[in-house]
Ligand binder design. Sequence first.
Ligand code: ATP
Length: 624
Amino acid sequence: MAAKGSISVNTENIFPIIKKFLYSDHDIFLRELVANAVDATQKLQKLASMGEFDGELGDLTIQVDVDKEAKTISITDHGIGMSEDEVEKYINQVAFSGATEFVEKFKDVDTSTIIGKFGLGFYSAFMVSDHVEVITKSFKDAPSVKWTCDGSTTYEITDADKADRGTTIVLHVNEDSEEFVDEHRLRTILNRYSKFMPIAIQVGVDKRTEKEGEGDDAKDVEIVEPHIINQKEPLWTKDPKTLTDEDYINFYKELYPMSEEPLFWIHLNVDYPFELTGILYFPKVKEDITPHKDKIQLYSRQVFITDNVEEIMPEFLRLMHGVIDSPDIPLNVSRSYLQSDANVKKISSYVTRKVADRLSSLFKNERESYETKWESIGLFVKYGMMTDDKFFDKAKKFGLFENIDGKKFTLEEYKEHIASNQIDKDGKHVFLYATDQGTQDTYIQAAKKKGYDILKMDTMIDSHFVSNTEHKFENITMKRIDSDTVNNLIETDEKNESVLTEDETKKLVEIFKRALNDDKLEPKVEAMTADELPVMITKPEFMRRMEEMSAMQGGMGGMFGGFPGADTVTINGNSELVGRILKEEDTAAQDKLVKHAYDLAKLSQGNLKGADLTAFINRSLEII
Ligand SMILES: Nc1ncnc2c1ncn2[C@@H]1O[C@H](COP(=O)(O)OP(=O)(O)OP(=O)(O)O)[C@@H](O)[C@H]1O
């Protein structure tokens, strides 16, 4: 048996669901109703500009009023209004949008400013109201009407005595939502959602006193001015060619009053394949790389949607501040929907590309200034390179490596810079780096003596950056300066001649094992130069990274904690002191020398502490 049919939807059941689950925040009702009022006003302006309306436009300010006694909120506009037929059509049919119809009808002219799309927004009024009235008069010559509904599926339409054109929506606020019957609260909500809408929105008045007259005649007069919420033409809607640096900086200060001045900004403007405008600012970022919350605001046609862009924007882009406005970002939906929206994904990859392009042009055209900002930019670029492969591909051309002398190089420049003596026997460029110049000085000086260049990798992000990106750069090895003795940092086929015989070498290892008396230590002998320390302690790069990783994952006593032989103890076979240790016949004196040489190695790392340090000091005093 086969059958076909259409599923019937019962309005009585679906209506409460729309009211309840369409929006996650109840305060959205105000955004929706004000957006409708803005739409109605802009439609009228459009009609006037096309000659379809020749009356006086007059004051188009939208008013939001509160009546505490009556527990009502009303939103009044002077837009196109509705005739009885239109109320029937647009308000009574849920999900029938007059906005869409308007856009369809006038598709040959620019209707891009119209916000409404779905024909659902109006019903958000019932999230906070027991009943709702719409009192409206069309701009066409039609009688005014009043529509009333208590949130059920029945409504009433009666005559009204509204004389002027436009619409007033009156919300009789329900008991649970009384918090909204408050001018302050409404201003706050509108400041969040409607701060940049294109038609003036007034909530109440501001009063202040001013002196009038001179001398004895001077008196205080009260000045009453409408309290306007919004800036009708926010900076991002303007032509970048007409704007100065000061304009951008002032706008930034308005958005983030407590922040330092931004380093630079990007004015976004695209028509295809989606529409998007906005300004992204590059803030001064220091050590703190936790992406700032609430710093990027998403708008759709100047209506605020969210500043919670987590999972919408790649993490590293969230270090930026600013505004993104796109009609292609859905307005009426929840965040979980936003994340999977194809347009939102396209937008995020567009923004990534734009940011990379801007950095690239800054680097190419203003390298000096780019370098001075590198401290902040570097964190961001490294973060991006680690987390976004597409960004990595672009950023490897403008990402910089800084050496301990403060010189900055691109990847290619640096390879060139070290090509003469930092290529190992496998043909790999060896990038040597220091994470702490204070404690790694002995190693740094030894490397410098060999003519090696050393990179500075001392920010929080650097250790992650090293292990994360090394494999993405071709033919490069990164080694911390204390990961091996200087001769072995860069493996070549050359070896220093040792002054010791094989027997002496073996004997030396035994002496050290006995004197240090620590199973975890595996001393080995190496022919270094005579002026290097008698003993060096190093930690192989691989081992240290493992340890760092395990520490990061909270691994106290984890897999690599106290791993035997984690530190390498290298005895310098060519050191004079080591020669003396070998020749010493008194065991106690020999042990003392070994311990002292070992402690010196620890001291050179800033690692000699507690009882070991006390013993070292006492021993030194004895020797002196
Ligand atoms: N203040 C108003 N003045 C004139 N018409 C209005 C007003 N408010 C609503 N309307 C009409 O009612 C229609 C339905 O409004 P509703 O808010 O439900 O949907 P929308 O604005 O079209 O889309 P969205 O769901 O995206 O908000 C509007 O498209 C418009 O034609």
